[in-house]
Design a protein around this ligand. Structure first.
Ligand code: URP
Ligand code: ZN
Ligand code: ZN
Length: 480
């Protein structure tokens, strides 16, 4: 199958220019003005539109078994919804139960993900520690294309990683050339605050943000960053939601430490007032961790993106429907944590970022696609419009509008945290490895068409900790 996209403006993280883009056999094979292509090529008219790398959502949880239930969105429905929103790749998470071998969990997630409609990779969570875990980490990096490991500093009595696990795992990451990533919240503090709030009779969703104040996130981010500094390993902080953790990142980066930060579309535009609604279903639908924050924190996140201390945007797409959220009707600590967003991330960030002048179009591409590809070492296969790159492309109409709603979205969830928001700037066409999978409202996602994307490690350090390593200076990774 070959496709030529004609008459648009190519927008990459580096620059913008007028060109046609010709795709054949899943790859971009030619870029230039008035390209001559075989007459059999399908033509997409992109006049007045932008041709950008497909979005990469580096933080999703399809089909996640979590808090006594399973996320409603599976790998097919979730990636299909992502394609409708201009996303062509996800990096999801393998999350072993404590004591479960990492390889067992990895095989389980690989089986679940076979139905993906878009390309995908995995971060693997380190939820406990043993020699076996250490060996499995090495096997995953060397034989299975994993180059990042996740550590949940929250969720005590479940998947929380304590400092001992962090230190052991970070050391192994360094040796393997893998990137440690953390969910930064002090799990012990959250646990104690939850108990105090319940004892005071605060049982509704309004207790959720009270149990996870910004300082709880800031402490954990700072601790993880300091541990990474001692271990001399880079670190990536997922879903940075507040000034406190952003400040820890900025401080470390200003001192030359290799620290990366991700923020979520939801945290950029939704504030904590949602938890004070009298409508349990509405408030519970917003329960995610870290919680939505005040305007002051939102402003800080935008500045973090603008200044380069935050490099990526994600969704933490983790869907639970109203009946699932109802598990916490009488106790907010039992509400399954998670919200959706994969279909809307690109449009939300364009509308709230580019349309307001906070981000340039090129910065938009960087934070929605290219930086994730660089940090997780799949650039320029992904995240680029260059000859030889995968033909993962979104054609973007900057004047097109859409009113976001659960009634019309493709996500397998009964709620949309962006409900009623009108966005200007929408995808008109999405190409996944050269296949036209979304065309002007017509979603043509194919179950199982997504491919597993192996990610190579950064230069590994075998043996003792090095003082200065290639890993600490990855050429592919942006400094922001
Ligand atoms: O509330 C959230 N974020 N749920 C998914 C698991 C996680 O912490 O990322
Ligand atoms: Zn998390
Ligand atoms: Zn998550």
């Amino acid at each position: 199958m070959s496709i030529v996209i004609r008459g648009g403006t190519v927008v990459t993280a580096e620059h913008s220019f007028s060109a046609d883009v010709y795709c054949e056999a899943g790859k971009i094979v030619a870029i230039g003005e008035n390209l001559e292509v075989p007459s059999s090529a399908e033509v997409i008219d992109a006049i007045g539109q932008y041709i950008m790398p497909g979005g990469i959502d580096p933080h999703t949880h399809m089909q996640l078994p979590f808090m006594g239930t399973v996320a409603s969105e599976d790998f097919y429905t979730g990636t299909a919804a992502g394609l409708a929103g201009g996303n062509t790749s996800i990096i999801d998470f393998v999350i072993p139960a404590p004591q479960q071998p990492l390889m067992d969990a990895y095989r389980q997630w690989r089986e679940w993900s076979e139905k993906s409609a878009a390309d995908y990779g995995f971060h693997v969570a380190v939820t406990w520690w043993s020699e076996g875990v250490k060996e499995d980490m090495a096997t995953l990096v060397k034989d299975h294309g994993i180059n990042s490991f996740k550590h949940f500093m929250a969720y005590k009595n479940a998947i929380m990683a304590d400092d001992e696990i962090l230190v052991n795992s970070f050391e192994q990451c360094l040796k393997l050339g893998a990137m440690p990533t953390v969910h930064a919240e002090n799990g012990e503090l959250v646990f104690q605050l939850q108990k105090q709030l319940l004892a005071q009779g605060i049982t509704g969703p309004e207790g959720h943000p009270l149990s996870r104040p910004p300082v709880v996130e800031g402490e954990a981010a700072n601790r993880a960053i300091q541990i990474a500094q001692v271990m001399n390993v880079p670190i990536y902080i997922v879903h940075v939601s507040c000034k406190d953790s952003l400040d820890a990142i900025s401080r470390a980066r200003s001192q030359g430490q290799r620290v990366f930060g991700e923020c979520l579309a939801g945290h950029l535009v939704i504030d904590e007032s949602v938890y004070r609604s009298d409508d349990f279903e509405f408030a519970a639908a917003h329960v995610m961790s870290p919680p939505f924050r005040s305007k002051e924190h939102q402003d800080a996140l935008w500045k973090g993106l603008q200044g380069g201390d935050l490099q990526t945007t994600a969704t933490d797409h983790c869907c639970f429907c109203a009946p699932q959220k109802a598990a916490g009707k009488d106790d907010f600590t039992l509400i399954p944590n998670g919200t959706a967003g994969i279909e809307d991330r690109m449009a939300i960030i364009w509308d709230a970022g580019v349309n307001t002048g906070k981000l340039t179009m090129n910065e938009f591409v960087a934070v929605t696609s290219s930086n994730a590809a660089k940090i997780f070492n799949i650039y320029p296969q992904k995240g680029a419009i260059t000859v030889g790159s995968d033909a993962d492309i979104v054609v973007w109409d900057p004047k097109g509008t859409r009113t976001i709603s659960a009634a019309t979205h493709h996500q397998n969830i009964d709620f949309n945290i962006f409900e009623g928001r009108e966005v200007t700037g929408i995808p008109t066409h999405t190409l996944s490895r050269g296949n036209l999978v979304y065309k002007e409202g017509d979603l043509r996602a194919v179950k199982g068409a997504g491919q597993y994307v192996k990610r190579k490690p950064f230069s590994p350090v075998i043996g003792a900790l090095a003082t200065q390593t290639a890993l600490n200076q990855p050429t592919a990774v942006p400094r922001g």
